[in-house]
Ligand binder design. Structure first.
Ligand SMILES: [Zn+2]
Length: 95
């Protein structure tokens, strides 16, 4: 029992640690997004502040003009952030 567990650990510890770290980072992100949720502008507020960002392809980042990525935030809604310059753009509250 323990031997097979140790063997498994020996073989996959790199992967297990990698996924654990990834999971922790995602969890930390969720907590941070939820904690500071109201500090992110709404879509309307963001577009009012950056009118040029509302393009036919969707809303783009005000800093680097690339398309925003969507990230779900449990219990809150969705957060749109730029994956290129790591800027949080705006939030969409869940209905
Ligand atoms: Zn950007």
């Amino acid at each position: 029992m323990w031997n097979s567990l140790l063997g498994f650990w020996d073989q996959y510890h790199g992967l297990i640690i990698g996924f654990s770290v990834l999971g922790l980072v995602l969890l930390a992100n969720q907590l941070i997004y939820r904690r500071y949720w109201t500090s992110y502008p709404t879509r309307a507020a963001y577009l009012a502040a950056h009118p040029g960002c509302d393009t036919v392809d969707g809303v783009v980042c005000a800093t680097c003009r690339r398309k925003a990525l969507v990230g779900p935030v449990a219990g809150r809604g969705r957060i749109y952030r730029c994956g290129w310059c790591e800027t949080e753009l705006y939030r969409v509250d869940c209905a």
